[in-house]
Design a binder for this molecule. Structure first.
Ligand code: RIB
Length: 308
């Protein structure tokens, strides 16, 4: 079973020719509202890949919150862990996407910051659970939950997005750390590494903290470093329409696959396919693939390569 402790946001998506720079005002013809939030996206990605998923999150007592819960209730994700804030609004993200599919996201965290780890009972953090966290909720609550989950035996998976510093003592508790290239570079800086290229950071973090460190590399796929070696997996080729939630699809499907007992190399392959497929359509949760979509594409990507 997967327990997700994370964010729910209403995404306001705007498609632009070029992403704005500081001081710019840019126009676009319209916008679309759709369910998002890294926690919620990853929960849906894992559920669509066949996992049993419980989501612990918080929304406001408002229309956005009601729309998000209504949409999530149709995905198979268990929502008993969702609570409502009496004074903060539901999280809301402005998602700008340019004509190459690149995005720029601003998140107003709102009720997500009130998400309380104490609402997750100890028995849900035992061996047999994969606990999945991101960085759009309170960092202190994340660290408390990670310490508690270490004590009770759950597999701990952290997606360090958006990037932030992370204490060594917390890195020591984590089983699987997932980041994109920029997040990996920033982590390398925080840790004071002299070389901060994403792959080197991943190798060093894996060796220093005895964990699996995965870095997603966009069109190049991903690397997964463990103290004993590295797996490299490619990505599916196709026209990129929107990269929003590609990382969430990757993380959710990786969690679902590992939780099911699938070995890391195959789990990576499935995760990479899920990330690639998500880029082919616009939006976050609406573009996450089903298990069948993933399986249909297993033949279209090479078996991951292993190196020392
Ligand atoms: O990872 C994509 C997500 O980031 C969006 O859905 C947005 O809500 C932000 O959380």
């Amino acid at each position: 079973m997967i327990v997700v402790f994370g964010s729910l946001n209403m995404d306001m998506m705007m498609v632009l020719e070029k992403l704005p720079r500081p001081g710019d005002t840019v126009l676009c013809p319209s916008y679309e509202l759709s369910p998002g939030g890294k926690g919620s996206n990853q929960a849906v990605a894992a559920a669509k890949a066949g996992a049993e998923v419980k989501l612990f999150g918080r929304v406001g007592e408002d229309e956005f919150g009601r729309i998000l819960l209504d949409s999530l209730s149709k995905t198979g994700v268990d929502l008993v862990g969702i609570s409502k804030s009496s004074d903060l609004p539901t999280g809301c993200a402005t998602v700008c996407v340019d004509e190459l599919g690149e995005n720029l996201i601003i998140v107003a965290t709102g009720a997500n910051l009130e998400n309380q780890q104490s609402e997750i009972p100890n028995f849900l953090l035992a061996k047999g659970t994969t606990l999945l966290l991101q960085m759009e909720t309170s960092v202190d609550e994340n660290w408390k939950l990670i310490r508690r989950a270490r004590k009770f035996g759950a597999r701990i998976m952290l997606n360090l997005a958006p990037s932030d510093s992370i204490p060594n003592e917390i890195l020591d508790c984590i089983d699987v750390l997932v980041m994109n290239e920029r997040e990996a570079t920033r982590l390398g800086l925080h840790l004071g590494f002299d070389i901060i290229s994403p792959k080197i950071v991943a190798k060093r973090v894996a060796a220093n903290f005895d964990l699996t460190c995965v870095v997603t590399l966009g069109k190049e796929g991903a690397v997964a470093c463990m103290p004993e070696g590295t797996w490299e997996v490619g990505a599916l080729q196709g026209e990129v329409v929107d990269t929003t939630a590609a990382g969430d699809a990757f993380v959710g499907v990786l969690a679902a696959s590992l939780d099911e007992g699938i070995e890391l190399s195959i789990a990576l392959k499935r995760a990479s396919i899920a990330g690639s497929l998500t880029c082919l359509t616009k939006g976050a949760q609406g573009s996450l693939p089903t298990l069948k979509d993933i399986e249909d594409n297993l033949k279209n990507i090479n078996i991951p390569r292993r190196s020392a």
